[in-house]
Design a protein around this ligand. Sequence first.
Ligand code: G6P
Ligand code: MN
Length: 448
Amino acid sequence: MRLVIVGGGGFRVPLVYRALSTGRYAGLIDSVVLHDIDLPRLRAIEAVLAAMPLEGPPLTLSTELKDALPGADVVFAATRVGGTAGRVIDERIALDLGLLGQETTGAGGLSYALRSIPYMLELAAMMQKHCPDAWLINFTNPAGMVTQALQSVLGRKVIGICDSPIGLVRRAAQAAGAPLSSGSLRGVDYLGLNHLGWLRGLEYDGVDRLPGLLASPERLAGFEEGRLFGPDFLRTLGAVPNEYLFYYYRRAEAIDSIRAAEQTRGESIAEAQGRSYPELQGPEAFQRWEAARLEREEGYLAEARSAPDGNQEDRDEADLAGGGYEEVALAAMTALLTGERTELILNVPNGGSIAALPHDAVIEVPSSVDASGAQPLPVQSPPTLHQLGLMAQLKAVETAVVRAVLEGDRDQALLAFALHPLVADEQLARQLLKGYEAAFPALSTLWR
Ligand code: G6P
Ligand code: MN
């Protein structure tokens, strides 16, 4: 089986390569093609992989999709169109208007979508041509919007992934004393859109353990989301939100703390990568990458993490237990390629599972995956009015962004910014779009 990684010069690629070379996923993939438009970064990551203390599948590098794609059984896309410099602009233009400036959430995420979607549509068209039977596992952000846009070309052949829902579920399950069984999400009542979801129930041994967890300040203090949102709010809410909901429930605080910091997350990553990439060469490349990776993980979502005692350990432990970035990708790949059924939280078309949302709306829910693709498991209880309201509003925003790109319709882009709950202003929407168009000239070429 051949895996093509699009965005092969990305910093997290060694995680994926390690996961497919050792442990339970070893042997699934027998050749890997790394594709990236940035040759120096591709070479740096190649050096890291070569220096890894393991025997992995043979590698080929490519800077052209037409050379990379033929023969692919599965394509893993984790690209960042516009690079980290683009991320910084997404963040800064929103912040300058007093709004949240973040990679995937709020105005910044919409700007990012307007770059990612056109590129990913090109990739999908190239896949149709060069490897029409291959699966696309999409991590390119904003993953929910991108996955929805690609439905029109790839249909069930594209599956969107994110590491945050399963990370939350594992951390909460550990804190609640409700261990998960492997390959199954039975009892896990999680529902939402990408970077906008809630854990609403956690059944173990026939009993829902979530109410007990929400009632226990001690247990809530034992994991990241519990500390992030605090026991009072969580108890009232009756669910544990995905960490990205911090930007909604603590909007003012998040904006203040990002503005008070010297650098945005994008800026600090740009600086760190400017230092680390040139050093990724020779026999020390792997150790240097590992050190840089640990440093980067310390800052994960740090811009919003005001919890004074925030400790990194529970995230690391839960991720190691299976549920990190590479785990989700490899677990999905295994099920698609071997047909061995598994359950994962994925971005898939709704079908009829949330009655109030359109059938073709991509949602993020526990899903069953096998050789026929992924489909949502029955939703355990309908969303609350609040959850449905926020999901519906964001889905309207996401749908407008996808239409803006597919139809070249600038008004739909304006509508998306105006309707986003973290903008919620038609005049600000105009300023945002103008600002992004000035910073990204390619944007204006989308409009008919
Ligand atoms: C998580 C999210 C990704 C996001 C990333 C940002 O993994 O699921 O969607 O891109 O965090 O991490 P960074 O280290 O780049 O801030
Ligand atoms: Mn994500």
